[in-house]
Design a protein around this ligand. Structure first.
Ligand SMILES: [Zn+2]
Length: 281
């Protein structure tokens, strides 16, 4: 029987203005207060799918290859959780992971797929196949100047040409009961992951809808390469979640792991019942 666990790799902080784009600070700071450097705290929340014979991890957090100065800049804080620590609490070691699905290769999603051993880059999950969209892989290797800072080759270059790397061509099944929808608004070839579950599907939205605040369609990140497309893709995903009686999984929400979605009488999307994903939702 399939089980679902939220796996946190600590917290980090990004500029609140960048997280909320054109939304004025007096509005966003009411629902997501900034620190003295204008950063908002964000979760680094992965999803572990435990099947009979398979352990699938979706995204890998920010990783631990950061020099102290950068770790301070991004307010990386593992005092409450870490990727390996959260897995260990479930009795899972990195060797046990059979598959890693990366939504995209930005550093706060693919940072934990590689590690350093005596200064040498090594796969963090030595037995896992890495599933990523070819379109995103290609973009990550030659990004635009606008998003170059988010694609750090030390996170993924070691998989170049590796038999462990599986490049996917478009939407469809990745693994049994795990499939992808493609989003090109935040970056190119981001895969939103649909996870089948008896109570209704779970949608790992990644940076298409990073927190519950971003469920409101006009609230988008300044990082998005194509914000108008993001709004269209968000609407389509939210309608799909509602229609399928599904749950949205929120990678960066500081408060909860996932929620149902409802539409209010003005037609605005809002978070419904909330879930923490401790094996079930
Ligand atoms: Zn992110």
């Amino acid at each position: 029987m399939r089980r679902l666990f939220a796996i946190e790799d600590g917290r980090f902080g990004l500029d609140g203005g960048a997280m909320y784009g054109i939304v004025p600070k007096p509005m966003w700071s009411k629902v997501h207060p900034a620190d003295d450097q204008n950063r908002v705290t964000l979760a680094l929340r992965c999803l572990l799918i435990r099947d009979d014979g398979r352990l699938i991890l979706i995204d890998t957090g920010i990783g631990n290859k950061w020099p102290e100065k950068d770790a301070g800049f991004f307010a990386i804080n593992r005092s409450q959780s870490s990727l390996t620590g959260s897995l260990a609490q479930l009795g899972v070691t990195p060797d046990d992971i059979t598959d890693v699905v990366l939504t995209h290769l930005h550093f706060d999603h693919a940072g934990g797929v590689s590690g350093l051993n005596d200064g040498v880059l090594v796969p963090a999950f030595p037995n896992a196949r890495i599933h990523v969209q070819r379109q995103n892989w290609d973009w990550a290797r030659s990004p635009s100047d606008r998003d170059r800072g988010s694609y750090r080759p030390e996170n993924f270059s070691l998989f170049e040409g590796s038999p462990k790397l599986r490049l996917l061509d478009g939407p469809g099944e990745i693994l049994p009961g795990v499939s992808s929808l493609i989003s090109n608004g935040h970056t190119f070839g981001l895969q939103v992951v649909q996870v089948e579950y008896p109570k209704g599907p779970v949608y790992y939205a990644a940076d298409l809808i990073p927190t519950s605040r971003h469920i409101h369609v006009p609230w988008n990140m300044a990082y998005d390469l194509n914000p108008v497309l993001v709004m269209e893709e968000k609407r389509a995903l939210l309608d799909r979640v509602i229609a399928g009686d599904g749950v949205l999984f929120l990678e960066h929400d500081p408060d909860f792991a996932g929620c149902r979605v409802r539409k209010n009488d003005k037609g605005h999307y809002q978070p419904g019942d909330r879930f923490q994903f401790n094996g079930d939702y």
